[in-house]
Design a protein around this ligand. Structure first.
Ligand code: FAD
Length: 456
C-alpha cells in the first residue's frame, strides 16, 4: 500500500494516526487504520482512491473529526483520508453570491472571508470554529440559525467528488450540480451526496450559495423557566404565534453550570432552563419581534423574560450554548442524542426525556436547537462504569423510540454514523431501507467508501 502512496503526505506517527482514527463521539468504537494520508489536491485524492481500490482497502474520509456519531471512525485496515490540508478558498464570486472551496476549509474561515465581500454563509453548527465545509456537507450539518435560514443542504449548489462506479472504476472525478441559482438537469445527485457521510465518495470541492450580510446585529431575548418542559411549552407557543426567530436555543441548568465552572462567563444558573432567541429582522420590525417573543415567553410561564441590552452578555449566553457540549465532556463521557420532533411536540419530548431519565436512573443534561425541534439530551456515564454505560445505552434507545413515536427522526443533524444505525432501521420502512442499500451498492459496488457507516 505504501508504494502506491509514494509522494503523498502519509502520516507515520502512531499517536497521530490514532488521533485521526475517531471523531468526538466517545461512545462509538473505532478500528485500526493502516495509514492516514493528507491530500492537497483532487488529483492526490484520485490517486489515493485508486490505490485503495487496487488493494481492497476501506477509505474513511475525514474533515476535522468533530462528528458526534462515529462517522469518521476508522475500520480495521482503513486508509484515513484527512482532508484538512485541502483548505483553500478557490473563489468568492460576489457578483453571483457564491463561494467555491476545498473541503477542508473551516466553516468560520469561510464566514470571515465572505464577510469581507458583504456576504454571509449562514449554516452555523456550534462546531463552526473547527468543523470543515466538507464535513458539514457530508453530514448536512444544521446549527443555530437553521430555524430561519435552513441547513447546509439549502446552500450547496454543486460538488466535485472522487467516486467509484458501476464498473469498479474507482478514482473517477465527477462534478455534480451547478453554480446557477436554478437548475434541474437530471436527478439531484448533489443532494444525494449531501448528508451521505463519506459513503459514496470523497468530496473534493464545493460551491455554496451565499446571502447578503445582515445589516444589524440580531436582538437577543432571554427567558428563564422553572422547568425544562415549561421552556418547551414556550417553544411550541412561539411557533403557534407565527414568530420566526433566527435562532431559538435551549440550555438546561446542568449545561449552564458546566460552562460557568469552566469558562467563568458570569452566567447565573438558577433557572432550570433558559431559552435564547435571536431576532434579526432589520429596524423597528426586529424590535417588535423581540418584544413579541418576550411576551410569548412570559405568557408561557417564564420566571422572567427580557431583551438583552448588553451585547457582551448576549454573546456570552450564545457562547455558553456553543460550549455546552465540550463543557459537559470535561465532566464525564457523554452519549449524545440528536432526536428531532415536530415543533409542537417539543414539550412532550422533553417530558419523555425526564421520564426516561427517572425510569433508568440516568443522568441527562439537555441542550437543544429547540426552535427546530432538534434536541440534544446528553447522557452522562462515569468512565469505566459498565453499569452506568448500560443504563445510558438503554435510555438512549428509549429516547429514539419516543421520538419516532412522535413522528420525529433519530437524527436531526449529526448523521447516522455508527451510533444511529439501529435507530435508522427502526425509523425507516423495509422498502425504504432496501432503496438505501440499492443506492449504496450502485455508487460503491466494492463497498470501500466508509464501510459500516449509515447502512451495514
Ligand atoms: C462542540 C460541538 C458542537 C457541534 N454542534 C453541531 C451543530 O450545532 N450542528 C451540527 O449539525 N453538528 C454539530 N456538531 C457535530 C459536527 O461538528 C458536525 O457533524 C460537522 O459537520 C462535522 O464536520 P467535520 O469537519 O468535523 O467532519 P468529520 O467529523 O471529520 O466527518 C463527518 C462525516 O463526514 C465525512 N466526511 C468528512 N469530510 C468528507 C469529505 N470531504 N468527503 C466525504 N466525506 C467526508 C466523514 O467520513 C464522516 O462521516 C458539533 C460537534 C461538536 C464537537
Amino acid at each position: 500500500m505504501r508504494d502506491l502512496l509514494t509522494g503523498l503526505d502519509v502520516v507515520d506517527d502512531a499517536d497521530v494516526l490514532d488521533g485521526l482514527s475517531h471523531d468526538e463521539a466517545e461512545w462509538a468504537p473505532y478500528g485500526t487504520a493502516v495509514a492516514a494520508v493528507r491530500p492537497r489536491t483532487t488529483d492526490d485524492v484520485r490517486r489515493i482512491v485508486a490505490a485503495c481500490a487496487r488493494q481492497g482497502a476501506p477509505i474513511v474520509p475525514r474533515g476535522a473529526g468533530t462528528g458526534l456519531s462515529g462517522g469518521a471512525n476508522a475500520v480495521d485496515g482503513a486508509v484515513i483520508v484527512d482532508l484538512s490540508r485541502m483548505n483553500r478558498i478557490v473563489e468568492i464570486d460576489a457578483d453571483n453570491m457564491t463561494a467555491t472551496v476545498q473541503p477542508g476549509v473551516v466553516n468560520d474561515d469561510l464566514k470571515k472571508a465572505v464577510a469581507e465581500h458583504g456576504l454571509w454563509y449562514p449554516p452555523d453548527p456550534a462546531s463552526a470554529p473547527w468543523s470543515t465545509i466538507g464535513g458539514n456537507v457530508s453530514t448536512n450539518a444544521g446549527g443555530l440559525c437553521c430555524l430561519k435560514y435552513g441547513v447546509t443542504r439549502d446552500y450547496v449548489l454543486g460538488l466535485e467528488a472522487v467516486v467509484g462506479g458501476p464498473a469498479g472504476d474507482y478514482g473517477t472525478v465527477v462534478r455534480l450540480g451547478r453554480r446557477t441559482t436554478k437548475g434541474v438537469s437530471g436527478y439531484d445527485l448533489t443532494g444525494l451526496f449531501t448528508g451521505s457521510e463519506g459513503t459514496f465518495g470523497v468530496i473534493t470541492e464545493i460551491t455554496v450559495r451565499l446571502r447578503p450580510a445582515r445589516r444589524e446585529a440580531p436582538r437577543t431575548v432571554v427567558g428563564a423557566f422553572g422547568s425544562v418542559v415549561a421552556a418547551g411549552e414556550a417553544v411550541a407557543a412561539i411557533t403557534r404565534a407565527g414568530l420566526l426567530p433566527a435562532a431559538l436555543e435551549l440550555l438546561d441548568r446542568t449545561c449552564l453550570r458546566a460552562v460557568e465552572e469552566w469558562k467563568r462567563l458570569g452566567l447565573e444558573a438558577d433557572a432550570a432552563a433558559l431559552l435564547l432567541a435571536q431576532l434579526d429582522a432589520p429596524g423597528a420590525a426586529g424590535d417588535e419581534e423581540a418584544a413579541a417573543v418576550a411576551e410569548v415567553f412570559r405568557a408561557a410561564g417564564a420566571i422572567w423574560a427580557e431583551r438583552s441590552t448588553d451585547e457582551i452578555e448576549a454573546e456570552a449566553l450564545f457562547a455558553a450554548r456553543r460550549l455546552a457540549y465540550p463543557a459537559l465532556e470535561r465532566l464525564s463521557p457523554v452519549l449524545t442524542e440528536d432526536v428531532c420532533v415536530p415543533r409542537s411536540r417539543v414539550p412532550e419530548m422533553l417530558l419523555a426525556i425526564e421520564e426516561i431519565a427517572a425510569r433508568h436512573g440516568a443522568s441527562i443534561a439537555t441542550i437543544a436547537h429547540a426552535g427546530d425541534g432538534n434536541l440534544h439530551p446528553m447522557i452522562m456515564a462515569p468512565p469505566h462504569d459498565d453499569a452506568a454505560r448500560r443504563v445510558a445505552q438503554a435510555a438512549f434507545e428509549d429516547m429514539l423510540t419516543a421520538a419516532i413515536g412522535m413522528g420525529g427522526t433519530v437524527t436531526g443533524e449529526h448523521g447516522v454514523g455508527l451510533l444511529k444505525r439501529g435507530g435508522m432501521r427502526q425509523e425507516l420502512s423495509p422498502a425504504v431501507l432496501a432503496m438505501q442499500v440499492a443506492v449504496k451498492r450502485t455508487l460503491d459496488p466494492l463497498g470501500l467508501f466508509n464501510p459500516g457507516k449509515v447502512i451495514g
